[in-house]
Design a protein around this ligand. Structure first.
Ligand SMILES: Nc1nc2c(ncn2[C@@H]2O[C@H](COP(=O)(O)OP(=O)(O)O)[C@@H](O)[C@H]2O)c(=O)[nH]1
Ligand SMILES: [Mg+2]
Length: 320
């Protein structure tokens, strides 16, 4: 696993360079305008993590990540987290730094929490395929785990797609996190019964509509563990009707919060209040892009108000 910076005159070009060298599974950790001392390399920097492909299409035009690489590659993540610009950008992107807007929307309840009271924080991310469960788990692991110096444990359960858990495995390797890959419900049960961390995140598969039995089996397994809180992940660029169906389909998980992703991919957000009302649970987090570091926000009513009224990214610029 390598962490590399790619520089180019546009962000898209920097990302294309990274994908060519690290492949489509590479994780975008951070993107930004290049710091003045590196500006000669390109106006934009994209920091990616991934495996260098055996035969890149072209020799790397990109320099390696501009921090000294330790002899032990496992130490790289610590350096990444310790990088001052990594932390500064996180603070700068924190919603709490943004000017509050006066008009709350009482109809959208928000509760940006994790886990159940009285238990070690253990959260299962459930929802349809492609909703952003895996990405959000990694974002939460970074923001609410590593950067708050909490021990993090990742559990991935996805027996249905070959290689489905590989991306999370890469992520865990990169940041030296405990990772358990479960292919059977029994393995998941054993994993939940043992092991401890301040924050445990369980990534689950996106069941198709003909996998109701498998879905119910997983829900029943999670119910055996009172410490597990399920959060339902829904993608806002889906048809509103499909999200309403998903709310019903995943009802046996008794999710206590909603995570809404892909805010950045749609301007049509007028249905969000109705969706949240139907789900009858507060919104905890908003996914606003693919970048693991910056593209997650804690939900709050004012922010939801802006987003519903002005869409994204208008709301973002209004709040910045
Ligand atoms: N634009 C955008 N893409 C996202 C967001 N969250 C996840 N994605 C992307 O959506 C795709 C599916 O996400 P993934 O986490 O694998 O979904 P899962 O099947 O629910 O685990 C990936 O390409 C992610 O990078 C988001 O908030 N905005
Ligand atoms: Mg996934």
């Amino acid at each position: 696993m390598e962490v590399r910076s790619y520089y180019a005159s546009t962000l898209e070009a920097a990302m294309a360079l990274a994908r060519r060298e690290l492949g489509p599974e590479a994780l975008l950790i951070q993107s930004q305008r290049t710091a003045p001392e590196w500006i000669h390399l390109g106006k934009y920097e994209a920091v990616f993590a991934g495996e260098v492909l055996a035969q890149p299409a072209k020799p790397a035009a990109a320099p390696s990540f501009p921090i000294p690489k330790p002899a032990n590659p496992k130490a790289t993540p610590v350096d990444l987290v310790g990088r001052s610009d990594f932390r500064d950008r996180l603070r700068a992107s924190s919603p709490s730094r943004r000017a509050p807007t006066p008009e709350p929307v009482p109809s959208i309840s928000c509760d940006p929490g994790l886990g159940r009271k009285g238990f070690a924080t253990t959260v299962a991310l459930v929802g349809p395929a492609g909703a952003g469960k895996t990405t959000t788990a990694m974002k939460i692991a970074l923001r609410r785990g590593l950067l708050e110096s909490r021990t993090v444990r990742l559990i991935a359960f996805d027996p249905y797609r070959i290689g489905a858990t590989r991306q999370m495995q890469h992520f865990a390797d990169l940041f030296n996190l405990s990772f358990t890959d479960c292919e059977l419900i029994a393995q998941l049960q054993t994993a939940l019964a043992g092991g401890e961390a301040a924050l445990t995140l369980i990534d689950t598969p996106g069941f198709s509509s003909n996998q109701a039995d498998e879905r119910e089996q997983l829900a029943a397994c999670l119910r055996l563990f009172p410490e597990v809180e399920s959060q339902l992940v829904l993608r806002l660029d889906r048809k509103p009707a499909d999200n309403l169906v998903a709310v019903e389909q995943f009802s046996s998980f008794a999710a206590s919060r909603l995570i809404l992703t892909a805010l950045d991919e749609t301007l049509e957000l007028a249905d969000v209040p109705a969706l949240v009302a139907r789900a009858n649970k507060p919104v905890s987090f908003l996914g606003t892009g693919q970048r693991l570091l910056e593209d997650i926000e804690s939900a709050n009513p004012q922010r939801m108000n802006e987003v519903v009224l002005h869409g994204w990214p208008k709301a973002a610029s209004a709040a910045a």
